[in-house]
Design a protein around this ligand. Structure first.
Ligand code: NI
Length: 267
């Protein structure tokens, strides 16, 4: 088991938050503080290793506001997603939040995050098993909780879903875009451009077995969270990938910027 790369711990200094990248205590307390201050309501979707997997929603003032869902922390060795989400929430101006209905799944794989490992404490992959279309992988403990709340998650992400990942092995950035269209639309391109403002883009060819062009993997559905929500009715879903071979603070800032770009698109 020790030679399984998915069980190797990846931990970085996290100076902006004065802790390490796997410090769940600091992450949870700062997240709670900013979500309370900004008026989010919390629902516990399930409990893993004694910790709650939370869904937070902030209702819009306008009923016609776009409904957006942002998720992060599916893989524990990709911590710039959750910290980037926290940074975005702490620095956003209130105007954005008034114009959209935002829901967040800030940290899905809590045990992987704490250990710094890709997989959870049961050695399951929390971003597989949502659809039976690419392999026989069963849903993880966390995935089972999310699947139990399918109708709610689809409704909350009706107009757009963003999932923040990293690719530990790479020195290039890219974006998975799933849209009901023949070619990448304006939001896919905006997310790619934002990522490209921080890192070199992945060259054309293949990444993780998927064809990639101009930094975008387009409509390659698998059994992931983002493929699942598209299949079940979300208008468009995205998965951003920052490169693990770059510095941690740079990756956190890139995630915060892409999260803000995503929200701004719907104002
Ligand atoms: Ni990932």
């Amino acid at each position: 088991m020790l030679d399984n790369p998915d069980l190797i711990a990846h931990v970085w200094p996290n100076p902006k938050f004065d802790c390490l990248s796997n410090d769940y205590g600091v992450f949870a307390s700062r997240l709670r503080a900013v979500c309370d201050a900004r008026g989010f309501e919390s629902t516990v979707l399930g409990v893993t290793a004694g910790q709650p997997i939370c869904l937070l929603t902030r209702m819009a003032s306008r009923p016609s506001a776009s409904r957006l869902l942002i998720a992060s922390g599916f893989h524990g060795e990709e911590p710039a997603g959750p910290w980037g989400l926290l940074q975005a929430l702490e620095t956003l101006n209130d105007g954005i939040l008034g114009d959209i209905q935002l829901s967040i799944l800030p940290l899905v794989n809590i045990t992987g995050f704490s250990r710094g490992t890709r997989l959870n404490h049961r050695n399951e992959n929390p971003n597989r098993g949502y659809l039976a279309i690419d392999d026989s992988t069963r849903a993880s403990e966390e995935g089972t909780f999310l699947l139990e709340h399918e109708a709610r998650l689809v409704s909350l992400g009706r107009d757009g879903v963003l999932s923040c990942h990293e690719d530990q092995a790479l020195a290039h950035a890219y974006v998975y875009a799933n849209e009901r269209a023949e070619s990448p639309g304006d939001l896919a391109i905006a997310l790619r451009e934002c990522n490209a403002g921080h890192f070199p883009l992945h060259p054309d060819g293949f990444v993780d077995g998927c064809p990639i062009k101009d930094g975008i993997v387009f409509n390659q559905l698998d059994s992931s969270f983002e493929s699942w929500l598209l299949k079940r009715g979300a208008a468009r879903t995205y998965c951003t990938e920052t490169p693990g071979q770059f510095g941690f603070e740079q990756r956190v800032s890139a995630n915060a910027d892409m999260i803000t770009t995503f929200m701004e698109f719907f104002r």
